[in-house]
Design a protein around this ligand. Structure first.
Ligand code: ATP
Ligand code: MG
Length: 261
């Protein structure tokens, strides 16, 4: 199967009138990512878990996510050295959007995957270049995050190693903790408000990656224009514990504040 063919989701197979069209199309993107060698087969399980939580929050961007998106935009703009960490699921779902976010926020892109595979690291790099990235940093054996084993500890000496703010969507809890322990602020996107990642991060956007990235890009543009006082305000309004509690309530009760699709 050619890369071009497999990168196109089975659009014809899912009519746009289907009530869960967006979710099913997102699933097709992850399947295409696996076929292209960008996403690990384990990524299918992560996606399935995300879908279950998304169903419970009404498959909509809820107010608890909107306040986190605002704070995330502010933290990225205020950062001295922001880096976006890209894994196989992120590359399959949102290569173009992370490239755009990097440009808007002045953040570097760095490949980092859970299941070690130099071939897949290169495939992710190629996907980001195909999506318009000029420079993609790769993990290096010369620089390691303390407190982690295996492949995930390796970072780029000019990238995550130096970063003060790391944007790591769909991250594993251990690595999020290691980044925090290394003194970095972490922004994550995680549909599970109970995960270790969601709890450990500085800012957690409990929303689907494909819905929140365009909104995050919009907020970066708006806050860039508004200036540093607006960044400080957005950050002062963000309450991590309250955001996670509101998201957990929505998940447990099925009453999502902004309703359902
Ligand atoms: P942790 O290690 O943080 O405790 P975990 O082991 O339960 O979490 P992982 O497999 O490490 O989960 O990470 C995947 C996380 O990403 C899950 O919490 C899942 O809900 C979330 N997720 C998967 N797909 C998406 C998506 N498209 N948008 C947002 N979140 C997603
Ligand atoms: Mg995990």
């Amino acid at each position: 199967m050619s890369a071009k063919k497999s990168s196109t989701p089975a659009a014809g197979a899912i009519p746009s009138s289907h009530p869960r069209h967006a979710s099913l199309m997102t699933r097709e993107r992850i399947v295409a990512g696996v076929e292209q060698g960008v996403t690990s087969i384990h990524g299918l399980i992560a996606q399935g878990r995300g879908e279950a939580f998304d169903y419970l929050i009404g498959e909509r961007t809820q107010p608890f996510a909107a306040s986190a998106i605002d704070a995330a935009a502010a933290l990225l703009l205020r950062a001295r050295h922001p880096v976006i960490s890209v894994n196989g699921n992120v590359a399959a779902l949102a290569s173009r959007e992370v490239v755009l976010l990097g440009t808007l926020a002045g953040a570097a892109l760095e490949v980092n995957i859970f299941h070690s595979s130099p071939k897949r690291e290169q495939a992710i790099r190629a996907a980001l270049h195909a999506a318009g990235a000029e420079r993609v940093l790769m993990p290096s054996k010369k620089s390691a995050l303390p407190g982690l084993d295996h492949n995930r500890r390796f970072v780029n000496p000019a990238g995550i190693a130096q970063a003060d703010v790391v944007f790591v969507p769909l991250e594993d809890g251990d690595r999020c903790q290691a980044l925090r322990a290394a003194g970095k602020d972490v922004i994550t996107v995680d549909l599970n408000p109970l995960s270790r990642t969601a709890r450990t991060a500085t800012i957690t956007i409990v929303d689907n990656l494909v819905r929140c990235l365009p909104l995050l890009c919009e907020r970066v543009i708006a806050l860039q224009k508004a200036g540093p006082a607006a960044w400080a305000k957005a950050l002062s309004l963000y309450r991590h514990d309250r955001v996670l509690k509101a998201a957990e309530r929505a998940v447990r009760t099925g009453h999502a504040p902004a309703g359902r699709r």
